[in-house]
Ligand binder design. Sequence first.
Ligand SMILES: Nc1nc2c(c(=O)[nH]1)N[C@H]1C(S)=C(S)[C@@H](COP(=O)(O)OP(=O)(O)OC[C@H]3O[C@@H](n4cnc5c(=O)[nH]c(N)nc54)[C@H](O)[C@@H]3O)O[C@H]1N2
Ligand SMILES: Nc1nc2c(c(=O)[nH]1)N[C@H]1C(S)=C(S)[C@@H](COP(=O)(O)OP(=O)(O)OC[C@H]3O[C@@H](n4cnc5c(=O)[nH]c(N)nc54)[C@H](O)[C@@H]3O)O[C@H]1N2
Ligand code: SF4
Ligand SMILES: [Mo]
Length: 724
Amino acid sequence: MDRKKDLAARRPTGSGTATHCPYCALQCGIKVQVGPAGPLVRPRPFPVNRGVLCPKGWAAAELLRHPDRLRTPLVREAKGAPLSPLPWPEALDRTAAAIRRIQLTYGRHSFGLFGGGGLTNEKVYLLGKFARVGLKTRSIDYNGRFCMSSAAVAMKRAFGLDRGLPFPIADISGAEVVVLVGANVSETMPPLEQYLKEQRSRGGSLIVIDPRRTSTACHADLHLPLRPGSDAALALGLLHLILAEDRVDWEFVAKRTVGFEEVRKQAIAFWPERAARLTGLSPSQLREVASLLGKAKTLLVLSGRGQEQQSESVGNLSAWINLCLALGKVGKPFCGFGSLTGQGNGQGGREHGQKADQLPGYRSLEAAEDRTHLCRFWGIAEEELPHSGPTAEPLLRSCGEAGGLQGLLVMGSNPAISAPKSLEVMERLRNLEFLVVSDFFLSETAALADVVLPAAQWAEEEGTMTNLEGRVILRERALAPPPGVWNDLEILHALAERLGWGEAFPAEAIQVFDELRRASAGGAADYSGISYPRLRQGEELFWPCPSPGHPGTPRPFLDQFATPDGKARFHPIQGLGPAETPDSAFPLWLTTGRLLVHYQSGTQTRRSPTLLRLESEPTVAIHPEMAKGLKIEAGDRVRVSTRRGFVRAVARISKGLRMDCLFLPFHWGGEGSANRVTNPVLDLESGMPEFKCCAARVERESEGCSNPEINPFEGKPENLRKNP
Ligand SMILES: Nc1nc2c(c(=O)[nH]1)N[C@H]1C(S)=C(S)[C@@H](COP(=O)(O)OP(=O)(O)OC[C@H]3O[C@@H](n4cnc5c(=O)[nH]c(N)nc54)[C@H](O)[C@@H]3O)O[C@H]1N2
Ligand SMILES: Nc1nc2c(c(=O)[nH]1)N[C@H]1C(S)=C(S)[C@@H](COP(=O)(O)OP(=O)(O)OC[C@H]3O[C@@H](n4cnc5c(=O)[nH]c(N)nc54)[C@H](O)[C@@H]3O)O[C@H]1N2
Ligand code: SF4
Ligand SMILES: [Mo]
């Protein structure tokens, strides 16, 4: 009875603030209610998630009043000294002085910025402007380089526009065949499952292509457990069969595309037996898939990081785009190719100017007319506007090097965990003359900083995000940040003031949005018709939205593609397969990725008691046959080694992956940090590292049994919707 009363007293009153989840690119609609026991997240009906949340969304409010929260700036008096508190004015003075000193001593490009795909559009815009107009440095890139860069290159060159999904996710329900290539949506975007379920209940087929039998693959009609890194070979093999079975849509190819002949010739060399050998699948599996694809009236191919985080990933993506174009299944209702954007604002994060080569409105830093447009808009001389700088990996690699970065501001990323060669990245960040990090918590990156600035969280500030469909949403402020905490716009504004250009950097989100909107006018990602009032009225606005009366563009390719002649482009595949393959010393494939209850580098979700209870330490999944041969049992502490070093993890025995594969989540720091061992080789066109394939071995270290049971969500999708 007492407990009931207690619970009733702690229940929040009032309907709460309608806003959005802080994590992935679905940007599920939630409401935040504030009660005596603190803030709470509840689902709300929203066209994307339709009232469903995953465990991360449910648990998001646990971090708002978390004891680990940074509540005051921290500074280090000297290299090697501990971090100690300092009031805001002094911490900002120090930061501005360091920026000025470094730029004066080493040149303007020696100070860099590193942003994130979780930042609001307003922050991304202001950060890009801070670099180009304020500091006049070319040195800026962001963590989305490790996420969406290959999809961006492949989609831009095929369709003339990079919008992750050029159709609303509701189209999934109406497609006859859906193919997921290297995307484990049951764990990474669970509310999407509703659409897949609907699609199948209407008689559609789901094909999942993943070396692991993931919980997503468990619902599929067909699961192809291909060899890691063989995605392009698979798509070429399928195109060969489509040609052989005369399923090419020649009319579409003639009317709406350019360049098929070269791709056709290339596919001829991928006959079923050869493609089967390359992919580790059987010719009959390939024939079955080709026949489903060839006969389908409508088809959606959705790509995830599985095939995109590889050194030939632009090629992988192009191979699948070629296949969709040959079948005539792009730019029509319930048809298309899309890449599932990952971070909360992974889409908007790549449109407004924090990318190494980019200006707001998805304009190019190297196109003369784009440069002129922005220089006029910002009122600066063209010689002052820097050109493109290095992408994320070389940018981080240059830290502390002669001619490289001597100072860096990190906002919204934790590269000490998420960048390839993470141990070396940490060393390089330590070598910087000055590192300043804005974060909610002392992330592994913030722990290396000379100045740490405590930032407001998602529910404590307003701002817009652009979800995986190109839908712009408004995150409302639900509560005030803890005393002593500022938001990122206020931080940039205060630094700009100290550097002498404060009035050009407003601190109010709505003001920044208004500037962003106008800056984007006429660009590929045109937001000029979008406004806070329209979003507050519940309008569903997808960019481009070029005027206040414009309804937005959910399907941009229906009539034509965004290329100069309106036609899509085929691209032959240059390289095939990963840079490193298993050998006698490292006989297995190591792949890395995500678990349901943790998010990214873990700064946030490793602090959630609810989520940490479900997954409490680094694990590596091993096939039972392999484990038996290596005398490894569930719960054993094992060492996973590659040519670059080793990580320690707890063995999890899982039938759900190929026998020659290991799966290591990248959510952990310390000795369990996956990027100590992944292959840092990059895709030359996009700068994407090969997170998904390298050669490895696994050995037992000792017996110990702290978390032996298999992933509780594996193969049990019904668990996904429950409040944990
Ligand atoms: N729970 C959770 N959800 C998230 C995130 C998170 O950290 N946690 N992060 C968000 C972000 S930023 C992103 S980018 C998305 C990522 O979402 P996903 O792309 O779905 O996630 P991953 O686990 O990185 O990789 C997907 C799958 O690729 C498979 N794979 C590995 N190698 C290959 C290969 O060579 N070919 C193919 N075809 N598949 C392969 C892996 O087995 C894995 O199941 O998730 C978003 N949602
Ligand atoms: N091995 C391996 N490595 C990978 C991947 C993989 O699959 N395998 N995936 C890659 C992918 S797809 C991605 S997207 C990256 C993600 O890589 P990270 O950049 O490490 O991602 P997060 O953990 O989200 O880091 C965001 C950090 O910024 C903070 N933060 C969040 N929002 C804000 C904000 O609004 N303001 C401020 N100031 N701080 C904020 C968080 O607390 C956190 O510390 O990792 C990549 N690395
Ligand atoms: S799927 Fe989960 S993490 Fe992604 S937005 Fe929805 S509730 Fe948040
Ligand atoms: Mo991502």
